[in-house]
Ligand binder design. Structure first.
Ligand SMILES: Cc1cc2nc3c(=O)[nH]c(=O)nc-3n(C[C@H](O)[C@H](O)[C@H](O)COP(=O)(O)OP(=O)(O)OC[C@H]3O[C@@H](n4cnc5c(N)ncnc54)[C@H](O)[C@@H]3O)c2cc1C
Length: 389
């Protein structure tokens, strides 16, 4: 049994099927037994725990909500629960799984040729191959439509020039899904490690997402054949549809980080005594903070659950996912800050997971569409007026 009791204030679990509970339990146990014992050192030493990759593959975590090619074919609720448990371990671990499944396997599955699917999906599913997703550039983050990376066609060969940056798994990846401007608009390409003209360099000095590899990708007259283009990826909307898959997983994932912060604060304040030998948890202001946390986590769970149901029935729209990602990340970040506060001085120590979650969540707030950009998506949805420019 897991040491983590879960966070369930309004019998949320009664909404879940036996199968969904079982999937969550598998992920929960994996995180308790395999992630928590090593994550503090991995984070402090700024290394991704790659020894976990094969096991995550065997457990079906990569491309878990895709069908065929060895994928687990999970429902979106099952997939979300896996993301939740992984991010309870660490956002860097959940990022690895999000990138592999939502940003690499999904575009190959949705936009790839049959040969590309056969070649890459089974290997990516098992973790025998690692992928990355190159969209962001040094000059274009929130506005990827301005990208400068170009792909020019000479007979049957595409030649890529440009740079991508802030790419999760970049230098570790066997295959990069790269978005580039062509005369027919933005297109997606599969660039394999070792292709002449393609190189990577890691970004060092991160104080967030330390247990995750982040790199820049460089393309200097990098020539690839036509078979490396994703034939059905047309325009930026194809790239953005991958981001929607990943953002959905983030909306669930950050619930796990928030739950870990809540549970850490709850148990700590019950044990720690101040003033008249009274537990901190017995003071009104402390209870107010715990009440805020569990209320917001519960609202976040219900939002995630409904968006997953919409996704399972083909009714989800991007603005739904924007609300899920934006709300739950902001909520998790506030839970981390409140939890840190409730632990007092101990809250800054790496013996507790809180500062690690807090620092990670600063990245999660920024990547996959910043908090502001998702506010603008929601704003456009309710007014009909785009306000991005
Ligand atoms: C650890 C990490 C991993 C990442 N992994 C990947 C990856 O795997 N692949 C990938 O392609 N990218 C990745 N990214 C990049 C990430 O998606 C970008 O950082 C993000 O899109 C924001 O872009 P930016 O950093 O250039 O910020 P900017 O776009 O410069 O934004 C800076 C600030 O300005 C605000 N802003 C921008 N435009 C507007 C506007 N119109 N109105 C109001 N406010 C605005 C933003 O909200 C933000 O607060 C990663 C980033 C990090 C930190």
């Amino acid at each position: 049994m897991s040491r983590f009791p879960g966070v369930d204030y309004i019998e949320f679990d009664s909404l879940l099927s036996e199968q969904e509970l079982m999937v969550r339990q598998t992920a929960r146990q994996f995180v308790d037994e395999r992630v928590l014992p090593i994550i503090r050192d991995a984070y402090n030493n700024a290394v991704f725990p790659k020894q976990l990759i094969a096991e995550m593959g065997r457990l079906g975590f990569f491309g878990a909500n895709l069908e065929g090619y060895g994928c687990a074919g999970m429902s979106n609720i099952e997939y979300g629960l896996v993301m939740q448990e992984l991010e309870r371990g660490d956002s860097g671990l959940r990022s690895f799984v999000s990138v592999q499944g939502a940003l690499v396997m999904y575009p190959i599955h949705a936009f790839g040729s049959e040969a590309q699917k056969q070649r890459w999906l089974p290997k990516l599913q098992s973790g025998d191959a690692i992928g990355c997703f190159g969209l962001t550039e040094p000059g274009y983050g929130s506005n990827p439509a301005g990208m400068l990376t170009k792909a020019a066609k000479h007979n049957d060969v595409w030649v890529l020039n440009g740079e991508k940056t802030w790419i999760t798994n970049g230098s570790a990846a066997d295959i990069a899904v790269v978005w580039a401007r062509t005369p027919e608009g933005i297109r997606g390409f599969l660039v394999e490690k070792g292709t002449p003209g393609y190189s990577t360099s890691d970004i060092h000095g991160k104080l967030s997402m330390r247990a995750s590899v982040t790199s820049s990708l460089h393309f200097a007259d990098c020539a690839i054949t036509e078979e490396h283009q994703l034939p059905c990826a047309k325009g930026l909307k194809s790239a953005l549809s991958c981001l929607s898959q990943a953002r959905f997983g983030i909306g669930w994932g950050v619930l796990g980080a928030a739950m870990d912060c809540f549970e850490t604060a709850r148990t700590y304040t019950l044990a720690r005594k101040q003033f008249d030998d009274k537990p901190l948890a017995g003071h009104q202001l402390v209870q107010e903070q715990l009440a805020w946390m569990i209320t917001e986590i519960t609202k976040g769970q219900l939002l995630a659950y409904q968006v997953a149901r919409l996704k399972d029935t083909g009714k989800v729209e991007d603005p739904h996912i924007s609300m899920l990602k934006r709300n739950n990340v902001a909520m998790a970040l506030e839970c981390a800050r409140l939890s840190r506060d409730l632990l007092g001085a101990n809250g800054i120590m790496d013996e507790y997971p809180i500062m690690r979650h807090m620092c990670n969540l600063e990245t999660v707030k920024t990547y996959e569409g910043t908090d502001h950009i998702h506010a603008l998506v929601i704003g456009e949805r309710v007014t009909g007026v785009p306000a991005y420019r």
